[in-house]
Design a protein around this ligand. Structure first.
Ligand code: CTP
Ligand code: CA
Length: 225
């Protein structure tokens, strides 16, 4: 009974979350992607929903069940992810970008499967840069005024704190979360480094489910004023 009446940390708040990798087509049967599992983003979605938020989860190609009560939009490419995010961001209070968005996509996706022509020649792929979804959202007027709180993630292979601080400033977001330790992709556990205007703070090694709950608590502290 006490639980039933306890005030939920994110009651009445709307969260929008990106998760997983993106898939950038080369031709109808091939493409470029990465090893992101989507587990951290799905854990945050589940925790936010449990904390009373209305949650929309924009997911790249992942093999994970939709958390109960969460609205899920499946996408493939970074461009589709951006469109889905922009279509859902109105009225959101928090945007959490956990997706491992492909930084580049093939400049031209072939309409038909690319065939070997027998000459031994290999296709030459040209790339173009994908839109930066987080940076785009962070520039929206509601984000700049502080009504939409933006949270970024960063997987760095070196100098985590310095790179995370620099990335937070470059993307102009209030909170940047770094993955501590190598190769978090696909694992069920992690450790996180939170970098904001006040400084930095570690969430020690734990399951992604537990870290999702802790991060939701930290976000709630920062937005509920
Ligand atoms: N991000 C995004 N759209 C992109 C690239 C990144 O929304 N096209 C978001 C990620 O979801 C993450 C944050 O930006 O929250 C940082 O992503 P990361 O790959 O670490 O940074 P980049 O700016 O792409 O820089 P780099 O990969 O060169 O370190
Ligand atoms: Ca990147």
């Amino acid at each position: 009974l006490q639980y039933f009446f306890s005030a939920k940390a994110l009651a009445g708040k709307k969260l929008l979350i990106t998760a997983g990798p993106t898939f950038e087509a080369i031709d109808p049967v091939r493409g470029i992607t990465n090893l992101s599992s989507g587990k951290m983003g799905f854990a945050i979605a589940r925790a936010a929903q449990a904390a009373g938020a209305e949650v929309t989860l924009v997911a790249g190609p992942v093999h994970l069940p939709t958390p109960r009560g969460v609205r899920r939009i499946d996408v493939q490419s970074a461009q589709e992810m951006l469109q889905a995010v922009l279509a859902s961001v109105e009225g959101a209070d928090v945007f959490v970008a956990t997706a491992a968005v492909a930084d580049w996509r093939p400049a031209h996706a072939a309409d038909q499967k690319i065939k070997k022509d027998g000459s031994g020649e290999v296709p030459q792929l040209a790339f173009v840069e994908n839109p930066d979804i987080l940076a785009t959202v962070a520039q929206l007027p509601r984000a700049k005024s502080g009504d939409l709180y933006c949270v970024g993630f960063a997987a760095e292979s070196e100098n985590l704190l310095a790179n995370a601080q620099a990335k937070r400033l470059r993307k102009q977001i209030p909170l940047l979360v770094g993955n501590i330790g190598p190769a978090t992709f696909g694992k069920d556990d992690n450790a996180l480094l939170l970098v904001d205007e006040q400084g930095h703070q570690e969430l020690p090694h734990a399951s992604k489910a537990a870290l999702g709950e802790q991060l939701v608590t930290e976000i709630a502290k920062r937005i509920v004023r």
